[in-house]
Design a protein around this ligand. Structure first.
Ligand code: PXP
Length: 237
């Protein structure tokens, strides 16, 4: 069975909207684990727009399942990761102006830099995953630079609007997972996964972690609203 890792960046986004202390991603991580998830994922961005360094440090202390740190392959981030030691680092491309991670890493285009990054992280005892589009060339390059995992980008699959395209994008993820396995890599997947589209991806042979954020936090905000309003009304009465 695939393992659910919940990306809690949006909890920090809500906190940063007021530069306040609530809601705290640490409390969210504990609830996520109590609900049965197998991992916590956070993205420490260069601009610190949501998750802060303090969050990653505290999460390292409280997370009992698996802590996956998404980050750009920069010196600053590698130093932070080697100090805090998450269980896994997922290397992602990062652009300041983007709303969320937009595409996979171009591993072949920066293979010498990624080789050094992978070996620094692995020497610190951290498992390394590369977020890539499900393409044969990127998978081969991921082997070349010494990654343990690839995280196959499911954004194109999630973004399809008809059954034919959906099947075509799904088959790319299936083929990517198969090729990764043949080449000795382990496979995670994520981006754009929802309550509607997750099942086929979860059913792919040897699929390990599914990193899901937006749709779970969006649902949490709605299913929790009724209770939150009732609690406030109770106090006002
Ligand atoms: N995987 C990676 C590498 C990501 O950058 C993100 C978004 O932060 C996710 C998974 C989760 O995507 P979503 O929020 O669409 O579930």
């Amino acid at each position: 069975m695939a393992n659910l890792c919940v990306n809690i960046d949006h909890i920090a986004t809500l906190r940063q909207a007021r530069r306040d202390t609530e809601p705290d991603p640490i409390a969210a991580a504990m609830l996520v684990e109590q609900a049965g998830a197998g991992g916590i994922t956070v993205h420490l961005r260069e601009d610190r727009r949501h998750i802060q360094d303090r969050d990653v440090e505290l999460l390292r202390q409280v997370v009992r399942t698996k802590l996956n740190l998404e980050m750009a392959a920069t010196n600053e981030m590698v130093e932070i990761a080697c100090r805090i030691k998450p269980d896994e680092c997922t290397l992602v491309p990062e652009k300041r102006e983007e709303l969320t991670t937009e595409g996979g890493l171009d591993v072949s285009a920066q293979s010498s830099r990624l080789k050094v990054t992978c070996s620094r992280l692995r020497e610190a005892g951290i498992t390394v995953s590369l977020f890539i589009n499900p393409e044969a060339g990127q998978i081969a390059a991921a082997v070349e630079v010494g990654a343990d995992f690839v995280e196959l980008h499911t954004g194109a699959y999630a973004g399809t609007r008809n059954e034919k395209d959906n099947q075509m994008e799904f088959q790319k993820v299936v083929a990517g997972a198969k090729l990764a396995r043949q080449k000795g890599l382990r496979t995670n997947a994520g981006h754009g996964l929802t309550y509607r589209n997750v099942r086929p991806i979860a059913g792919i042979t040897d699929m390990e972690d599914l990193n899901i954020g937006h749709n779970i936090i969006a649902r949490a905000a709605l299913v929790g609203l009724d209770r939150a309003v009732r609690d406030m009304l109770e106090l006002i009465k």
